[in-house]
Design a protein around this ligand. Structure first.
Ligand code: C2E
Ligand code: CA
Ligand code: CA
Length: 500
């Protein structure tokens, strides 16, 4: 069979994680970029309109001035000598040119054609002005003299000026621009294709409209930016999505799996003996939960108990352990067999806690079992939880403080909490034989417990040296791999038979 690194399912999931965000984020960036480009085109087209407006407005003033001086052509020529953007101004009277800002009277006399009457009305016009080399489409600004209706002033704007103002050939952001005046276009016969980038701006007081089409350079910038932004951002979201999914699969859904596992009876108990330190005989046991899921395989309580606590499943699980241990030890023949059950603080906070425990204590007793509960010191912060421990002992249940020494409460627990056993945490037992100064913290815990007359259990005893040390220091009960690992119900029952 060919060996593949990724299963098809894993490959599919990885591919969707990394490929799905790409087009979505790409599309978002494209739309944002396109919107940005459209705004930019809008701005450019308006700036073109404004520039043409500024010229036309200024020429309108010149026209009015020229009409005022209409009979003094020399004066007009003098005034307009340096108006660079003015190609020529004409004064027309009764359809005939009577004065030109550029041409002499003799030249004017040669002009044969008449100007069309409708073009002598006040306004802006595109007109094919006849010149030596043929007609040229020009923008005219015309004003009719209010006092002498047969007289008009016509300003012809210099073409190169219009070209510059329309960005024709000098603005690399723009591919085409076109000015429309009363349906006529400038440049003549130009056509601008309609697509989604076509942007049009209208003058608010002149009869002028300018449409522009962006250059490929500007469009390419949009596409390039789009890709440049999309790659890192979509990678970021892919990673985020991947992590969230990973988190959900390992944590979030674990709670769901646990709910199903409870119904499907996938949990069971193993038992770890507690032995007498002087005789090495089994004195009792701790029930430890196990989960072997057909879907996910074996999952340790270190993983799923905290998840059960987070998702409000822990009390159900604790009840399961109480019930399962009872069921496991129905055939118990050992009298007063101590069995310790791990109980989290949230179980103690239930209103029904004492009632439930009372019922369990009764049923355990009836089967010859001495029920004990182990409460981890790390979570035992609440004063009311501690107070309830006294009531629990009155029910005939042994109370052990588990993981002693690892929480913040150690000393205050000793002061104001009633209990039967102190389970010294594994981390202190580990120091035996390692710390040259003979485990000073462990020694002070032992001394403290001694002086308070509480029974001690040492957890995690793994070596003979540790067992001997604890025995010689008066720790009464020992639990750990050195003696027994947690074992199945059958093994535990067999062990108890031999023990007797
Ligand atoms: P714990 O209550 O401190 O249980 C003792 C843990 O130490 C058990 O791990 C046991 O297998 C392990 N152990 C015992 N002897 C040795 C040893 O010599 N060396 C080492 N390295 N480990 C030793 P386990 O069963 O994996 O449980 C881990 C924790 O999960 C428990 O710590 C307890 O806090 C929680 N847990 C286990 N079963 C239950 C349960 O039924 N209910 C609740 N609420 N918590 C449970
Ligand atoms: Ca325990
Ligand atoms: Ca412990």
């Amino acid at each position: 069979m060919p060996h593949t690194i990724l299963s098809p399912k894993a490959f599919k999931s990885l591919a969707t994680t990394f490929l799905v965000p790409f087009p979505i984020i790409g599309l978002i960036f494209f739309l944002v970029g396109e919107n940005h480009l459209k705004q930019e085109l809008h701005r450019i087209s308006h700036s073109y309109v404004n520039q043409i407006e500024a010229i036309a407005d200024e020429l309108r003033d010149e026209n009015l001035q020229a009409l005022y001086d209409a009979t003094n052509c020399q004066q007009i020529q003098k005034d307009l000598l340096f108006k660079a953007f003015l190609r020529e101004m004409l004064i027309v009277e009764d359809l005939k040119i009577t004065c030109s800002s550029k041409r002499s009277e003799a030249d004017l006399a040669k002009i044969k054609h008449q100007l069309p009457a409708e073009m002598l009305e006040t306004g802006e016009y595109l007109f094919d002005v006849p010149y030596k080399d043929g007609p040229v489409r020009s923008l005219l600004v015309v004003d009719k003299d209010k006092n002498a209706p047969s007289r008009s002033a016509i300003s012809i704007i210099d073409q190169s000026y219009i070209d510059v103002r329309l960005g024709l050939g000098n603005d690399d952001r723009i591919m085409h621009s076109i000015m429309t005046v009363s349906g006529k276009t400038y440049p003549a016969n130009s056509h601008i294709e309609d697509n989604r980038f076509l942007t049009t701006a209208n003058s608010d007081h002149l009869n002028i409209q300018i449409s522009i089409q962006p250059s490929n350079k500007l469009k390419n910038e949009l596409y390039i930016n789009c890709v440049l932004f999309t790659i890192p951002v979509s990678l970021f979201f892919s990673m985020l999505w991947y992590l969230l999914r990973y988190w959900y699969q390992t944590k979030g859904s674990l709670a769901e799996k646990m709910k199903k596992a409870l119904k499907a009876n996938e949990f069971y108990l193993v038992y770890q003996p507690l032995v007498d330190s002087s005789t090495a005989k089994v004195q009792g046991m701790e029930a430890l939960i196990r989960w072997n899921s057909p879907r996910t395989g074996f999952i340790g309580p270190d993983i799923f108990i905290p998840v059960a606590e987070q998702h409000g499943l822990i009390n159900k699980i604790t009840d399961f352990v109480f019930e399962r241990a009872l069921a496991d030890w129905q055939q118990n023949t050992v009298s007063d067999l101590h069995i310790g059950i791990n109980v989290p603080p949230s179980y103690l906070s239930q209103n029904s806690c004492l009632e439930k425990l009372k019922a369990y204590a009764k049923r355990y007793q009836a089967q010859g079992l001495q029920l004990g509960i182990e409460i981890t010191e790390r979570q035992l912060l609440d004063k009311s939880d501690r107070a309830v421990l006294t009531d629990i002992q009155k029910l005939g249940i042994d109370v052990s403080i588990d993981d002693f020494g690892t929480g913040y409460t150690s000393l205050s627990v000793l002061e104001d909490t009633e209990f039967n056993y102190l389970k010294i945490d594994r981390c202190f037992i580990n120091t035996i034989g390692i710390k040259s100064v003979n485990s000073p913290v462990l020694n002070s815990i032992i001394n403290l417990a001694d002086s308070m007359n509480v029974l001690m259990v040492a957890e995690g005893v793994e070596t003979k040296e540790q067992a001997d040390y604890l025995k010689s220091h008066g720790v009464q009960l020992l639990q750990g791999y050195f003696f027994y690992k947690p074992m199945s119900l059958e093994d535990m029952s067999a062990l108890l038979k031999n023990n007797q």
